[in-house]
Design a protein around this ligand. Structure first.
Ligand code: OGA
Ligand code: NI
Length: 335
């Protein structure tokens, strides 16, 4: 198992060649601006306003930040704290947990899609585990820090509830039948990223350009900048808003909406001052679930995508290392 980037990067000031991205993928001079580039949506406004604002954000940006979402700030802070504590545990503790074998129910590794075969690694360490149905999985999660399971269990349940609420609002906005996404929400994956600080963020990336493999993603980014979203060929910084969730449309909703909702490409740049921790909640279909454009979405227009099983999509997504265009090419129906 490869060494964690957070461990070895502390003892060097030289960026190894296999962390340097090709010029056309590099972030360039990183602008640590806190601009509110994607819509900020208040979930305490009227139902119809929420439906309308969310639909518009998902069509234009594929991304928005949600405030007044009902998840307690206390729980959010506690979850962020325990996740940071996980990555701050002594090496001997963390090494015991290394695994890249997803059948164990969790995965704790450094970087990337395929560490062994890929040419360039990502500047991150990552812990991920399944969360739904929660009682089937919680026993496979890390036992340390001692309150990890308890806190993350509560958080996963709350963030799932919020994700399903977002999906209902989107469903209504698209004019689809109530509950029509239900059968596509059978899995939930929590992915916790730790991006160590690095003095020169211009050469490497925490996560290269990708769109998510999920139905919908609900992300907590804490207070450190790093996430950027691509809109009309430009990279927009997603400035941290205290206790807000960043919500984005995954590939699966793009397909179900027959291309009406954007599954926007995004990436993570490293931060030259502080390490960054993000907690990413992916709501996914189960492995054998068929994904295809909803009938009423393609009623007047022809369907743009062929039906596929989620597991086949997921396999391809990894093989193509998250390259959205390459994956979608395979499922797109040619006009
Ligand atoms: C992801 C992702 C963004 C972040 O895990 O797919 O885009 O801010 N993460 O960590
Ligand atoms: Ni992502």
């Amino acid at each position: 198992m490869a060494n964690l980037v957070s461990t070895w990067s502390k003892t060097t000031q030289i960026l190894p060649g296999n962390y340097i991205f090709p010029v056309n993928q590099r972030p360039g001079p990183v602008e640590v601006s806190l601009c509110q580039s994607i819509p900020l949506i208040d979930l305490s406004t009227s139902h119809s306003q929420q439906v309308q604002e969310i639909l518009q954000a998902c069509q234009e940006f594929g991304f928005f930040q949600a405030i007044n979402h009902g998840v307690s700030e206390y729980l959010i802070d506690k979850t962020m704290k325990v996740c940071k504590e996980f990555f701050n545990m002594p090496n001997e503790e963390k090494e015991k947990l290394y695994t890249n074998d997803l059948t164990k129910g969790y995965r704790f590794f450094t970087s990337s899609y395929d560490y062994i075969n890929e040419k360039i690694h990502f500047w991150r360490d990552n812990l991920q585990h399944q969360c739904h149905p929660i009682d089937e999985w919680v026993h496979s999660w890390p036992e340390k820090p001692t309150n990890y399971r308890d806190v993350v269990r509560k958080y996963s349940l709350e963030v799932r509830k919020l994700s399903l609420r977002m999906l209902e609002l989107i469903c209504e906005g698209l004019g689809l039948e109530h509950g029509c996404f239900e059968e596509l929400t059978g899995a939930q994956l929590l992915s916790i990223n730790h991006y160590p600080w690095w003095p020169d963020p211009g050469l490497t990336l925490g996560l290269p350009k990708h769109a998510d493999h999920s139905l919908i993603t609900v992300l907590l980014q804490g207070s450190v900048h790093g996430l950027q979203v691509c809109k009309d060929g430009k990279w927009l910084n997603v400035g941290p808003v205290p206790h807000a969730f960043v919500v984005n449309i995954g590939h699966q909703l793009h397909v179900i909406s027959n291309g009406k909702l954007r599954s926007a490409e995004h990436r993570v740049v490293t931060n030259s001052r502080e390490a960054r921790t993000s907690i990413v909640n992916f709501i996914n279909p189960c492995r054998d679930t068929i994904v295809k454009p909803a009938k009423s979405m393609s009623g007047t227009d022809a369907p743009l995508f062929r039906p596929y099983k989620y597991k086949d999509f997921f396999k391809l997504f990894h093989e193509k290392q998250g390259d959205t265009q390459a994956v979608m090419k395979i499922y797109k129906i040619k006009p």
